[in-house]
Structure formats: C-alpha cells, structure tokens
Design a protein around this ligand. Structure first.
Ligand SMILES: Nc1nc2c(c(=O)[nH]1)N[C@H]1C(S)=C(S)[C@@H](COP(=O)(O)O)O[C@H]1N2
Ligand SMILES: [Mo]
Length: 405
C-alpha cells in the first residue's frame, strides 16, 4: 500500500479510536481527530515510486557496466541518431530526405552534451502525469525537463517528404522487443501557444532522469498516454510513411488517443463504524479536454442507477508556496503552464496533470453502499464519455463497496 492510500485508513481509524477511548469528556480532542482529512497525494511522485511499465527482457535498467555502455545508456556514451527513412511502397512513392542527418557511423550523432547545450537556451519544464492507456490510475506525476523535439528536428535543415517521426527505445538486440511509437510531423513542430511541447527529457523532479525512468533521455508526449513517452530513446527516424508504427497499435489500442479527463478512487475500507467522519479521496487527471469538476454519488444497496444523486467533490487547492513542492532552485515562474509574473498555475489540475479530490459525506445511516466517482470535462462530458472504449484509454467510472455498521 502506498503512503497515500494508508492515509484514508489512518484518518478514519484515528477518529474511531478517539470516539472509543475518550468518551464524551474531551470534545476538542474528538473534533480534532474527526476533522483530520487525509493528506493529498504528493504533487511530485519520487522517481522510483512511479509505477513501472516496461516490456521485454532483460530490462535496460538491469544492465550494468560494459553492457550499459554498449547500450549507450550512460550520459557519456549516450548518442541519438536522426535519420531519413528510405521507406517507399506502392502508395508512398517518394522517400524522406533531410539536408542534415545525425549518424552513428560517421560520428555525427548528437551526444548528451550537445543536447544539454541546446537546453541552455531552448529548454523547458512542465508538470505532467504519466499514465498508461491500459491501467486505471496515473503512474505518477513529475516535473519533466528537457528540450522540445521541434528544436531537435530544426537541426536537420531543409527536409522534404516527411510526414511522421518514428522512434523507439532500446531494449536489447532482439528486434521483437523493440518498443516503438510515432508522431505526425505537425504534432512535433506546431506547439499551440502556452501548451507543453513534446520533449526529449533528461531531468525528472530536478534530478537527472534515472535509468529506471528511461534515462539518460526519454521522450515525453504531454497529451498522450505513456506508450508515446518512449524510454531509453536513442533514435529518431523521419519518414514519409503516413501510418503510425506504434507498438500499442499492434496491441489493439488507439495510437492517437489523448489522455482522458478522469477521476480515480482510492481504496475504501470494507466496513466503517457508524458515526465516523468519512473521507473519500482519489486523483483526477486533467486530460486534453480539461477538467470542470469531480462528482461522487452514493448508492445504497438495492437502489437503482436512475436514483443516483451526484454531488460535487472538493479539489485540493494549488499550493500557496510552490517552493515547498518544486525541486530546490526551481521557481514556478519558470515552469510552463504557470504565470511567469505570479508563479501561480494557469489551470488546475495542471494541464495533463493530476491533483487530489476529496468527498466527506456526513451522517450516513447504517447499511451497504457503493461510492462512485466521475470527472466532468470542459465540454460537459461526464466520465466515461466522450470515449467509453478501453482502446482509447481506461476511463470507466470507478466504484467501491463499503458497509456502515
Ligand atoms: N522503451 C520503452 N519505453 C516505454 C515502454 C517500454 O516498454 N519500453 N513502456 C511505455 C508505456 S506502455 C508506458 S505506460 C510508460 C510508463 O512509464 P514509466 O515506466 O516511467 O511509469 O512508458 C512507455 N515507454
Ligand atoms: Mo502503457
């Protein structure tokens, strides 16, 4: 159980224990215990605590010593190739061409120092939740830092017949284990004003990106599920093929699916003593269509779907003091998605980010219940709409049962 999930239990058992131990005499103690709302999920997930989704064997983060260097996965050995894909077929008649390629064989591949140098003038950082299309719950939220992919592609000079960027991560020498993804050229180059760009990231939460999280360099695609954020990135291929080559597409998922606005519910104890102040918590992800609100409903055993009454949940407030949240030396004024003047976030939760919601229903009569939670997006769609299809992202309305005894 992670510490946040424990908080619910702690808060509710503290209140129960206080009720039992103190009797009617110490009302202020009682109020204190009962009033303690669980702490929100931390806004920055420590890098090792992200839930890991890595395919293949051995995993790159199990490599050590020479094997790691041969894989070019140390900052000193890391290189990225940027190549024109010679691909043509009956439909795609002309191959891609680049004025300048960056190749391993002639020593022109970009190294880590070159990337960092570019980052000095073109670097950006933003908050983003990493989320797998196939796992309900964000894997973690981080402050990602690096250089926009568009700045890397600019280095190629004049380019012709390029429609997509194909890229893959290192696993080992078995081609069957390649984990691939792709973006259209336009998605990579045309960042809407104020929106986070696709990033070649080498820092997470102010620290160098660990091998475990895909370092030295990983792709971060802000609006997409995790399968586009390829770890152990070492090559980009610019192609005239107009099709997505994503590994996830081959596994029956929609490779263009943006992250959904969706609320997720933390575990709930099976049984709650009558009179305990209830605190339900969970996380909500602000997807491409933004978040309007989070709602919960309580269904008593035997009640029908049509009797559901949806109530508004409270959202964790943005921190008043971001210096206590962000890594040392990072001002929120320098984070994309924050007001450069005031340092306050421009939307909440952050764009493609997550925050905690709370619901504290009062005075529930004893009985069996189900709690349901849903997010409403800025277009007025209630979860699981607008795309209640697992192929486009796990987005079902979550519910849990409990008894008030
Ligand atoms: N090279 C590589 N990159 C990868 C994967 C992988 O298996 N290999 N898994 C992807 C998937 S499906 C997800 S959801 C995210 C998870 O990122 P995390 O392990 O840092 O939480 O990484 C993506 N990047
Ligand atoms: Mo994933």
């Amino acid at each position: 159980m992670n510490p946040d999930r424990r908080t619910f239990l702690r808060a509710s058992t503290a209140a129960t224990a206080a009720t039992a131990a103190m009797g009617a005499g110490s009302l202020s103690e009682l109020a204190k215990a009962a009033g303690s709302r669980p702490a929100p999920h931390p806004l920055l997930t420590p890098a090792p605590e992200f839930q890991d989704v890595s395919r293949g064997k051995p995993k790159p983060f199990d490599l050590v010593g020479e094997a790691l260097e041969e894989a070019r996965l140390t900052p000193e050995t890391w290189r990225i190739e940027i190549l024109a894909d010679p691909f043509t077929d009956a439909v795609v008649k002309e191959p891609a061409s680049l004025e300048r390629q960056f190749r391993l064989d002639d020593g022109s591949a970009l190294d880590f120092a070159a990337l960092r140098e570019l980052g000095r003038t073109r670097g950006v950082r933003y908050l983003k939740a990493m989320q797998c299309l196939n796992i309900a719950e964000p894997l973690g939220q981080g402050l990602w830092e690096g250089v926009p992919l568009r700045e890397i592609l600019r280095l190629c000079g004049a380019i012709a017949n390029v429609r997509r960027i194909h890229y893959h991560g290192f696993h080992n020498d078995d081609p069957a284990q390649l984990f691939r993804s792709s973006l259209s050229y336009s998605e990579a180059m045309e960042t809407p004003p104020g929106e986070p760009p696709v990033l070649l990231a080498w820092k997470l939460n102010g620290e160098p990106l660990s091998l475990l999280r895909g370092g030295p360099v990983r792709m971060v695609v802000p609006w997409a599920y995790g399968f586009k954020s390829i770890k152990w990135l070492r090559s980009l291929s610019l192609t005239n093929d107009y099709r997505a080559n994503d590994t996830y597409a081959e596994r029956n998922n929609d490779p263009d699916s943006p992250v959904k606005t969706a609320a997720y519910l933390d575990p709930v104890p099976d049984r709650i003593e009558s009179g305990t102040l209830l605190h339900f918590t969970g996380r909500v992800v602000s997807g491409r269509s933004g978040l309007d609100r989070v709602e919960y409903a309580l269904r008593r055993d035997g009640a029908g779907e049509s009797e559901l009454v949806w109530n508004r949940c409270e959202l964790e407030a943005p921190p008043a003091d971001w210096s206590a949240v962000l890594p040392p030396g990072v001002s929120s004024r320098e984070v994309l998605g924050f007001d450069p003047g005031t340092g306050a976030p421009l939307s909440w939760p952050p764009r493609y980010g997550t925050a905690t919601w709370f619901a504290s229903p009062r005075d529930l009569p004893p009985g069996g219940y189900e709690i349901l939670v849903r997010a409403i997006d800025r277009n007025g769609f209630a979860q699981p709409e607008p795309r209640p299809m697992p192929k486009a992202g796990k987005n079902a309305v979550e519910s849990r049962r409990f008894e008030v005894g």
